[in-house]
Design a protein around this ligand. Structure first.
Ligand SMILES: *[C@@H]1O[C@H](CO)[C@@H](O)[C@H](O)[C@H]1NC(C)=O
Ligand SMILES: *[C@@H]1O[C@H](CO)[C@@H](O)[C@H](O)[C@H]1NC(C)=O
Ligand SMILES: *[C@@H]1O[C@H](CO)[C@@H](O)[C@H](O)[C@H]1NC(C)=O
Ligand SMILES: *[C@@H]1O[C@H](CO)[C@@H](O)[C@H](O)[C@H]1NC(C)=O
Ligand SMILES: *[C@@H]1O[C@H](CO)[C@@H](O)[C@H](O)[C@H]1NC(C)=O
Ligand SMILES: *[C@@H]1O[C@H](CO)[C@@H](O)[C@H](O)[C@H]1NC(C)=O
Length: 298
């Protein structure tokens, strides 16, 4: 029967096509799992071979003069890693107005290349967050899957952060610590400025929509929630409570005791608070013994 023959011929060519497709796909996977694809997107070896990788930019809002804090945060984030995400940590500030700071910051950039200077002036709640999100699509070579805004007094644990983002949608996502403090409903009000994540499509939307541009003055975190609500955006919301919180005793019902599966602890203003947190998470216990420093760091 001719139709039957035709059908068989089609079927076998389809099978051959499928075969070649699988071969080329598996070669591509093997190749990409160990290769740097571009400046901003690095697939780390040891990561799973399926399409589980994602990229995250953490922008830590700070001021040009906070050299000590940056020195410390570079250490704190430089010793962390996770196989499931490529994470870049960068410091974000507005125009530098002081000549000394200009020189010091230039040296930092030459050494660390982890600073983004926005075209804005350093005032609380005067549009830095809007400038941050709206500028990123214009200045980055490649986009990230997620962009985070974080304070410089928050301690983020990158592996738990990445694992919690991993199963979530890559688009239309708004993630963080929902305000008010006792609320567990991620859809009412907004995510605290201590550290919230937006998917890249929302970052682009902020830059292009006319809703945020006319509404940039006020508490920056609250405004982001208002923009998204007015724009009917962020259908996917995720509250990281109780794994994000304020340091014990610093902020009423936003605070609670340190817990082992923490993603972020906020309001670390004093060195003794940072040390308490680093000790709780056994951070310096990773230090390998050596004849070069045969001492106890407890
Ligand atoms: C990496 O960055 C350099 C300098 O900005 C640029 O010339 C180059 O094309 C980039 N490479 C990729 C793969 O994007
Ligand atoms: C920076 O912002 C100022 C004031 O909003 C504006 O006049 C200027 O053109 C901007 N500069 C750049 C390089 O975008
Ligand atoms: C920031 O500095 C640039 C370059 O010096 C200048 O063109 C711009 O107007 C400044 N922006 C603000 C908001 O001060
Ligand atoms: C935003 O403000 C500009 C300038 O004041 C105005 O022209 C524009 O219509 C406003 N857009 C919206 C959506 O309100
Ligand atoms: C830190 O180490 C101690 C002692 O090994 C252990 O009991 C504790 O659970 C660890 N803390 C965390 C947060 O992993
Ligand atoms: C550290 O010093 C102790 C004696 O104080 C010694 O027993 C130990 O072997 C030394 N550790 C290393 C890594 O050299």
């Amino acid at each position: 029967m001719p139709t039957r023959k035709l059908f068989l011929a089609l079927l076998s060519s389809f099978a051959i096509l499928l075969f070649f497709f699988f071969i080329s796909f598996s070669i591509r996977l093997n190749f990409s799992s160990t290769t740097s694809l571009s400046n901003n997107t690095i697939l780390l070896p040891g990561a799973t071979q399926m399409n589980t990788q994602f990229t995250l930019l953490i922008g830590i809002f700070t001021r040009p003069g906070n050299f000590d804090r940056r020195r410390f945060l570079r250490l704190v984030y430089g010793i962390q890693s996770t196989p499931i995400a490529h994470i870049d940590v960068k410091f974000i500030f507005c125009n530098i107005t002081n000549t000394e700071q200009q020189f010091f910051v230039a040296l930092e950039i030459m050494r660390f290349n982890d600073i983004i200077i926005l075209n804005c002036s350093e005032n609380m709640n005067s549009g830095k967050t809007y400038t941050y999100f709206s500028t990123l699509p214009q200045i980055l070579v490649t986009h990230y899957d997620y962009v985070m805004k974080a304070d410089d007094d928050v301690y983020l644990r990158l592996a738990p952060l990445a694992s919690s983002l991993h199963p979530l949608p890559r688009v239309d996502l708004y993630y963080g610590f929902v305000i008010p403090c006792p609320s567990m409903n991620a859809f009412v009000h907004y995510m605290s400025g201590m550290g919230f994540v937006l998917s890249w499509d929302l970052v682009e939307w902020i830059g292009r929509s006319n809703i945020p541009v006319n509404n940039t003055y006020g508490p920056e975190d609250k405004l982001v929630g208002q923009w998204l609500n007015l724009g009917n955006k962020a259908k996917n919301r995720f509250s990281a409570k109780p794994r994000m919180y304020d340091y014990p005793g610093t902020n009423g019902r936003c605070s609670h005791e340190l817990i082992p599966d923490t993603i972020g602890v906020h309001r670390l203003k004093k060195w003794e608070q940072w040390i308490d947190v680093l000790r709780f998470f056994n951070v310096t216990k990773q230090l390998q013994p050596s004849r070069l420093y045969n001492v106890s760091f407890d």
